[in-house]
Design a protein around this ligand. Structure first.
Ligand code: GLU
Length: 444
């Protein structure tokens, strides 16, 4: 039997690539990775690719790209290798045959009707699950481990690999709990130590009952890659799906999570996927980025959307992004959110127009702003704020009577970055032009 150094944690993520990297799988990979980091152990990626039709190179690519994007690098596995390879089940047939021989020899397995069966002990299997506590399950019947066509069954290869790869902790989705008594029968038949099991609760869909499936919106890691989410934000969020730092904090650095993470801290209850919380966390991470990094991430998105010209004014872009960074929750939608900074014929939000004209004298207010701007010197945010305050005082109206009309005339929108920020970025000349045009177009 392989020698297992009990002091060294060895955990594995053992996906069967399907072409989709579901966030539930990503969380399983993440919890394994965290536990390896927490214990100073080894994180193994093992590809359970015995179903040849589904396990294509593209499917593997999706999975590995997604894991690397999330920063879940493996210590052993495809493209890294290690002492316990190969890491593809499709390449381990000789090992499975060898292990099968052991069971046939010891009398734990027998042949019947062309298939090979495991002779079970029939005893109740006591699973000391690190998350769920003691779970007792039992098998009633012998089960097939090798089909009559000579191919091994999932339970067999899964356990043989856990033994051969000296896995100490099996951290996987709760959907596998029902397999665990079969797996324990197999470990015992081999005379191998049973690893510690930790079955992670399911992820429920945002609304309604049931497990999140790959068809649910937001269920695939790829989607967040395409939508320009920050991987560190998604990773932080996934940590909170079933685990928490035991206080109300939601933004926690990965270093701190590694320190605090433990299998016993994982929640027994199912976790519900909350897109709003993820968006909030993404926004917090965006805000905490240094401006230069934020520009590196967003500039290509704006160029690709045709909002920012490849040879555009970089200082202007920088000024604009500095005010957006404080407000947005995701880079997706940034092009639409900022288009008016780069062209004068922007879209007008009609609902906001109705609001603008519903009360007060918006055109009067805009005329006042336009006139006041002419000779105005303090072109800072504080300066523009003062300008509006002074006008409000002079004309005996509330400052709010200026804010929405000015925002609308400058951007066509009712919401956006700070208004005084927009004013500073657009500059005096552009502002005067936009307000004059607006007044001209709305002169009746
Ligand atoms: N290939 C199995 C799956 O993707 C692995 C189960 C396990 O982690 O033991 O669900």
């Amino acid at each position: 039997m392989d020698t297992v150094n009990k002091k060294t944690t060895r955990v594995r993520f053992a996906p069967s690539p399907t072409g989709f990297f579901h966030i539930g799988s990503a969380r399983t990979a993440l919890f394994n990775w965290l536990y390896a980091k927490h214990t100073g152990g080894t994180f193994i990626l093992r590809i359970e690719d015995t179903d040849k039709a589904r396990n294509t190179p593209e499917a593997l690519r999706v999975l590995m790209d997604g894991m690397r994007w999330l920063g879940l690098d493996w210590d052993e596995g495809p493209e890294v290798e290690g002492a316990y390879g190969p890491y593809f089940q499709s390449q381990r047939n000789a090992i499975y045959k060898e292990y099968l021989e052991k069971l046939l020899k010891s009398g734990h397995a027998y042949e019947k009707e062309g298939a090979i069966w495991l002779k079970i002990s029939g005893e109740p299997q006591v699973i000391e699950d690190a998350i769920r506590g003691t779970v007792v399950r039992g098998e009633e019947k012998d089960f097939v481990i090798f089909r009559s066509d000579g191919t091994p069954i999932f339970h067999f290869v899964n356990v043989v690999d856990d033994i051969a790869m000296a896995i100490t902790h099996v951290i996987r989705g709760e959907d596998h709990l029902s397999n665990t008594s079969k797996h324990m029968e197999l470990f015992k038949a081999f005379g191998a130590p049973v690893p510690i099991f930790a079955h992670i609760p399911l992820i429920l869909k945002t609304d309604g009952p049931g497990k999140m499936s790959k068809r649910d919106k937001g269920a695939l890691v790829e989607e967040y890659q395409n939508r320009h989410f920050l991987p560190q934000a998604l990773r932080n969020y996934l940590c909170l799906l079933g685990w928490s730092p035991k206080d109300d904090r939601e933004i926690v650095s990965i270093q701190e999570i590694i320190t605090l993470f433990d299998l016993h801290g994982i929640n027994k209850n199912n976790a519900r996927f909350d897109e709003q919380k993820l968006a909030f966390i993404n926004g917090e991470y965006l805000r905490s980025l240094p401006l230069e990094e934020f520009i590196v991430l967003t500039r290509p998105v704006l160029v690709e959307a045709g909002v920012f010209p490849a040879k555009g004014d970089e200082d202007y872009l920088k000024a604009m992004l500095s005010i957006c960074k404080e407000k947005i929750r995701s880079i997706e939608g940034l092009a639409e959110y900022t288009a008016y900074f780069f062209k004068d014929d922007f879209m007008w939000d009609e609902a906001t127009r109705v609001k603008v004209f519903a009360k007060g004298q918006p055109k009067e207010r805009l005329k006042e702003v336009c006139e006041a701007l002419q000779g105005y010197q303090d072109l800072t945010e504080v300066g523009f704020e003062r300008l509006i305050h002074e006008l409000a005082e002079k004309h005996g109206v509330k400052t709010s009577e200026y804010l929405l009309p000015v925002r609308f005339a400058l951007s066509g929108q009712g919401v956006g970055p700070s208004l005084f920020g927009i004013m500073r970025v657009l500059g005096k000349e552009r502002m005067i032009n936009r307000i004059e045009n607006f007044l001209k177009k709305n002169s009746n």
